[in-house]
Design a binder for this molecule. Structure first.
Ligand code: PLP
Length: 401
């Protein structure tokens, strides 16, 4: 029983700690005991950072660029982000300028800040499931009410216009969070899917206050013949109310550098700058310099990484063929394999208990789907070496047999 002293602020009510922490702790414990665990939980690329980033840091250090940076980010990085976004949104006019960009502590802080700045208590945040597990928790921290919208395996986990319309006409929706390519499913929206969702938003009077947060952090990692489409490019009429979220973590394998950004209209950007200016201030100066250098590299530099993800995906899927009752969603982007495992549950079990069994008995660490809004699924990461993938798949198939 918490004492009066220990009673936390109400905004912490019902906010969950990362559900994967317990499993990770278990993995560490097993490894410390000398147990050979294959870890397929990584939410980050295993590739190293480009030398250009390291070189930029050395140069910045030599030039003593170690002071506070502006709350919105250094001008060179804001400009580089505006240029990248304009290239991905050629249909959007007027084009984006450096002033429309805010550099934050990863894409995570961008989404957090956006919800804090826009959502009033009780307003709904629409989140298609399966979702990145932080979205609902961040919505709650902003006082909002996460409203989970269902999508279907059979529809490629794409939110349908009908489902969106149904949610919007209920009223009270302040934000919609879209994520393509998706963590955890690897699903991608096609241009026409996004355009259809945009049309519903424009046509629904109850959506007059709706802002769309488009999380495009896996933009470069496309594995099928679906080209990446930035949401706003498919619906340019929504320019005044889309926050495009992206960053260096996945595309440039720079997770620990903590650089993400928003690109949005001035009324949103100004709010984000005010919020960030009174909370974290400007982001690490050296990481921003490194990001400017990395963003200047050509796409071709990263092509081998994308090809490698494609090969690894194929390897993992091939390795799992021996387990006939697995429901495999073939990912079109990102670096996750989303697996329906419900047919293998013990009675009363969901993916949490199942993942624990896979870890204890097969010695493979996987991420349960429950905190992503899908209790019958697990997520395997293929951002790891080929041996781990073949060995992990072999152990899982043996375990399921
Ligand atoms: N969005 C999605 C879908 C993610 O998977 C992640 C990281 O796992 C992020 C955003 C945040 O990434 P970062 O804060 O490292 O930029």
């Amino acid at each position: 029983m918490a004492t009066e002293l220990q009673r936390l602020a109400h905004r912490m009510d019902g906010v969950s700690e990362s559900a994967t922490l317990r499993l990770n702790a278990l993995v560490q414990q097993m490894r410390a005991q000398g147990i050979d665990v294959v870890n397929l939980t990584a939410g980050e690329p295993d590739f190293g950072v480009q030398e250009a980033a390291n070189e930029a840091v050395r140069k910045a250090l030599a030039e003593k660029k170690s002071k506070y940076t502006p709350a919105a980010g250094i001008p060179a990085l804001r400009q580089a982000v505006a240029s990248k976004t304009n290239a991905q949104q050629p249909g959007v006019k007027p084009i984006w300028a450096a002033a429309d960009v805010v550099i934050s502590n990863g894409g995570k802080q961008v989404i957090y800040n956006t919800l804090q700045a826009l959502v009033d208590p009780g307003e709904k945040v629409l989140i298609p499931a399966p979702y990145w597990l932080s979205y609902p928790e961040m919505a709650k921290l902003a006082g909002g009410v996460p409203k989970i919208l269902s999508t279907r395996f059979e529809d490629g986990y794409r939110l349908t216009p009908e489902e969106l319309r149904r949610a919007l006409v209920e009223g009270g929706a302040r934000a919609l969070i879209l994520n393509s390519p998706s963590n955890p499913t690897g699903a991608m929206y096609r241009r026409e899917d996004l355009a259809a969702l945009g049309k519903v938003i424009l046509e629904t009077p109850e959506a007059a206050r709706l802002v769309i947060i488009s999380d495009e952090i896996y933009d470069r990692i496309t594995l099928a013949d679906i080209p990446f489409t930035s949401f706003l490019d498919a619906c340019p009429a929504l320019r005044n109310r889309v926050v495009t979220v992206n960053g260096m973590s996945k595309s440039h394998a720079m997770t620990g550098w903590r650089i993400g950004w928003s690109v949005a209209a001035p009324w949103i950007t100004q709010a984000l700058i005010t919020l960030q200016g009174q909370s974290t201030s400007g982001i690490n100066a050296l990481a921003q310099e490194a990001s400017v250098a990395s963003l200047a590299l050509s796409e071709a530099v990263f092509q081998p990484q994308v090809e490698s993800y494609g090969k690894r995906r194929d390897l993992l899927i091939q390795g799992l063929q021996g387990a006939a009752r697995l429901k495999i969603f073939e990912p079109q982007g990102a670096f996750y394999l989303w697996l329906g495992v419900g047919a293998y549950f013990n009675s009363g079990e969901d993916s949490m208990g199942f993942s624990e069994r896979v870890l204890q008995e097969a010695k493979v660490a996987v991420v349960p789907g429950t905190p992503f809004g899908a209790p019958d699924f697990i997520r395997l990461s293929f951002a790891t070496d080929e041996r781990s993938l073949t060995e992990g798949a072999r152990r899982i198939v043996e375990f399921l047999a």
